[in-house]
Design a protein around this ligand. Structure first.
Ligand code: NAG
Ligand code: NAG
Ligand code: NAG
Ligand code: NAG
Length: 361
């Protein structure tokens, strides 16, 4: 083969590789990952002039008599959750675990659907990607949930689902006072297990800093036996993670290093300010099958969109999983963790997990 010809083929081959690599990168969307970790923001920034009307708006008219009775019954479950929330918010002995300011960090968590007057506070590990898709469809950017490209769901520049923080203080106040507002929560300890698995064991979204920066830092500070810190990257243990989460002061210092708030394990209180913002519905992941259609109906959009189907069993609370994860952990560390997340347990009606708090050691 003459030299010129060989060069030609080499160049073609190189172009092919570059193309392949580009396709791979865009498929796994390496850059999207920045979004999650980038969600940190100064918590001290309090949006000026935001006044939230404490009295709740009247519930939407109970028309549509054709609905199945189960949905009507579900309203009493929702009412009960709201009453509990507002009574725990008033409990002074829990005040610093239940109250936060409506900071930019909180406004960053809330997505706006102006077309149907809906606000959704995003909480990780409860199917929020599906809710975002539902809202993107309602905002009119895409006709159906299936047609939204996966990489656009978290790209808030392009998906037509703005954050509340992108609006002016007057616009924010007006929406907080008049729009239908909801969030989804789940058992706080099961949520932490899920975050641990997702960020330190599986890490499906290619966010290397969890394993390479955060895990070694936690191990260095919180692993009791330092003999095996040599291969720190070989794995954060759940007990290291629990010790880090439960250590209020040490964690504050460390999180500042990591970039303040890591949304995957800050409390629901810090994410969504549920005592300051009067959410109309608090959905529970454990009962998402009932809550999802109820939320769409209460928001008046049930005829326009349906929540994507939920694989059976995945939302159920798994007590034996919680037992398995917590059984090697000392009672003292579990108590500390509980006192850190107690606000979330009590506000949303999750029972104190005595079955692990009263374990042996
Ligand atoms: C607060 O809401 C109540 C009931 O929705 C309404 O009557 C009242 O005018 C509102 N106040 C302000 C300051 O928006
Ligand atoms: C407030 O919360 C504390 C701690 O959970 C509880 O012991 C107390 O009974 C609560 N007070 C009221 C009035 O509910
Ligand atoms: C709550 O406030 C008390 C004192 O008012 C303080 O001792 C405690 O550490 C605070 N708890 C948290 C989680 O900030
Ligand atoms: C609960 O979690 C355990 C793992 O800890 C798993 O083996 C089991 O299948 C789960 N149960 C259900 C009902 O999902």
């Amino acid at each position: 083969m003459p030299g010129g010809m060989r060069l030609h083929w080499l160049l073609l081959g190189a172009c092919g590789w570059v193309l392949l690599i580009l396709m791979f990168v865009s498929k796994y969307n390496f850059f999207r990952a920045v979004d999650d970790y980038g969600e940190k923001a100064g918590q001290s920034w309090t949006a000026p002039g935001i006044m939230v009307n404490k009295s709740r708006p009247a519930p939407p008219p109970a028309d549509k008599p054709s609905e199945a009775p189960t949905l009507t019954d579900w309203q009493s479950v929702i009412d009960h959750r709201r009453e509990l929330l507002s009574s725990v918010c008033k409990n002074n002995s829990l005040k610093n675990l239940t109250h936060v300011s409506i900071s930019k960090f909180v406004l960053d968590r809330i997505f706006v659907c102006d077309k149907h007057k809906i606000l959704f506070c995003q909480t990780p590990k409860v199917g929020n990607t599906q809710w975002k898709k539902v809202l993107i469809v309602l905002n009119g950017e895409f006709p159906t949930v299936e047609e939204i490209p996966e990489n656009l769901v978290h790209d808030h520049e392009k998906n037509g689902l703005p954050r509340l923080s992108s609006l002016s203080p007057q616009e924010i106040t007006q929406r907080l006072n008049t729009y239908f507002k909801f969030l989804i929560v789940r058992d706080p300890f099961e949520r932490l297990i899920s975050a641990f698995k997702d960020k330190f064991v599986i890490n499906p979204r290619f966010e290397p800093w969890y394993k390479h920066d955060i895990a070694p830092a936690i191990i260095r500070k919180y692993r009791k036996s330092h003999r095996d810190t040599g291969h720190a990257t070989s794995g954060l243990r759940f007990e290291d993670f629990v010790r880090y989460l439960g250590d209020v002061d040490g964690r504050r210092r460390m999180d500042r290093q990591f970039g303040e708030h890591i949304i995957h394990w800050v409390t629901y209180v810090e994410l969504c300010a549920p005592c300051e913002i009067s959410y109309d519905v608090v959905g529970h992941h454990e009962t998402l099958e009932q809550d999802a259609p109820h939320i769409l109906r209460a928001a008046g959009v049930d005829r326009l969109v349906t929540y994507p189907s939920i694989p059976p069993g995945i939302t159920r609370y798994n007590r034996s999983k919680v037992e398995n994860y917590f059984s090697p952990i000392s009672k003292r560390d579990i108590r500390r963790l509980y006192s850190r997340y107690q606000g979330d347990f009590q506000l949303f009606g999750y029972a104190r997990p005595d079955f692990i708090l009263n374990l042996n050691n």
